[in-house]
Design a protein around this ligand. Structure first.
Ligand code: FHN
Length: 391
């Protein structure tokens, strides 16, 4: 496949930060709280009048993400609850009508521009709030809405919103989600993708429908699992296309801020994920869910800082590489003639590897010998991942 310059940039970038932030964060129980707790629109809507986010500093977010080694940011402009985090002309249900009163997407775009990070906009095609999202799909049954609605009008609304995002904010790409709610509906994807590409010819479109990519999509998304992996919380397709790939992952088990979720993955686990996604020729999009006041919880900040430290030391094995393979104990990436073998589990001191030659040297202080494609390790380093370089 011949890749466009945007796709090549994306494949080289390797690491991005996902942000799930909206009025749901006020309830501190994740972005699905409206559905999970059967909160009707009449009770959920007033959250918007409480959204002050007095500590929201997009510049600080972006500096942190840059320090973490991320090359791009993907932000929820509208999630399933239908609330818009930008100044949409098509609804009053938006962040500029909250006490915060600021255009979050616009400010984030400016901060990303200042720091040289690209911005992708997440947009939920599923909408629990809009009266024309009808017939309902698999979710949203407890919103307490009047039965009825005009699907054609909803299509106009959502495509119109994506259009205004494209025109007004010019993101580097779109990250669509929620189509799985009504997998058999006509979402007018063809028109949507054509519209985006006619306004922004180089924009990358990805859609988290968990299926084989549709024509017009520029990258393929996997969620909470490595590309092609079966199982997991979401039924991702096992089909891996030759489009650029991206896997998104939560640090704990929640996308939106969840005060009760303390199951934060260790830095070692997160790095293992990064190394494995790179070995699979995929990007990693790692999520944070800021608190209602606009700050990011310290458990996530410290992990991002440590990932950044690691990437500053060993980023040559990740950035601008292409994946070669992922095995039980190691992943391999390559850049032109150079290959990197990254050992992710240190269980066995004897490893069969795909290299014959002794032109292998270690980037981490690891003591080893290579003989007949077998690596004999006499001393592990203290680094979470051992990295050998073959030139
Ligand atoms: O339902 C959403 C979920 O809230 C979150 O946004 C994730 C991110 O990949 N996607 C959906 C589930 O597929």
């Amino acid at each position: 496949m011949k890749y466009t310059p945007s796709q090549l940039w994306f494949m080289d970038a390797k690491f991005g930060i996902f942000i799930h932030w909206g009025i749901y964060s006020l309830l501190k129980r994740g972005e699905w709280v409206m559905h999970n707790e059967k909160i009707p629109i009449s009770k959920y809507e007033p959250l918007k009048d409480m959204f002050e986010a007095s500590l929201f500093e997009p510049q600080e977010w972006v500096e942190l993400f840059k320090d973490a080694g991320a090359r791009y940011v993907t932000f929820t402009s509208k999630h399933h609850d239908g609330f818009c985090m930008y100044d949409s002309a098509l609804t009053e249900y938006k962040v500029t009508n909250t006490p915060l009163g600021r255009d979050v997407v616009g400010e984030l775009r400016d901060a990303c521009n200042d720091e040289g990070l690209k911005l992708f906009l997440y947009y939920s095609q599923l909408d629990w709030h809009h009266p024309d999202y009808y017939p309902l799909g698999r979710t949203g049954q407890y919103a307490g809405r009047v039965e009825g609605g005009d699907w054609e009008r909803y299509l106009e609304y959502y495509i119109g919103q994506v259009r205004e995002l494209a025109v007004n904010y010019k993101p580097f790409g779109f990250w669509l989600d929620g189509m799985w709610d009504k997998p058999d509906a006509d979402w007018k994807l063809h028109d949507l993708y054509q519209m985006i590409h006619s306004i922004l010819p180089n924009a990358l479109i990805g859609n988290n429908h968990h299926r084989k990519p549709y024509p017009g999509e520029d990258f393929q998304i996997f969620e909470q699992s490595l590309p092609g992996e079966e199982g997991g919380v979401v039924k991702n397709t096992t089909y891996i296309s030759d489009l650029p790939l991206e896997t998104c992952l939560t640090i704990n088990n929640s996308w939106g801020y969840n005060e009760q979720d303390h199951q934060h993955k260790s830095v070692e686990k997160l790095l293992e994920y990064l190394v494995k996604t790179a070995g699979m020729n995929s990007n990693l999009l790692l999520n944070v869910g800021p608190r209602p006041d606009g700050t990011i919880q310290k458990e996530h900040v410290t992990r991002l800082i440590r990932i950044g430290e690691w990437l500053r030391k060993y980023g040559e094995a990740i950035y601008r590489t292409r994946g070669v393979s992922v095995e039980e104990n190691y992943s391999v990436t390559r850049r032109d003639e150079v290959q990197y073998l990254m050992i992710t589990t240190k269980e066995s001191n004897v490893l069969k590897v795909p290299f014959k030659y002794a032109r292998l040297h270690s980037l981490t202080p690891l003591k080893f010998e290579l003989s007949n494609s077998v690596l004999y390790i006499s001393e592990w380093s203290k680094e979470p991942i051992e990295i050998l370089k073959l030139e």
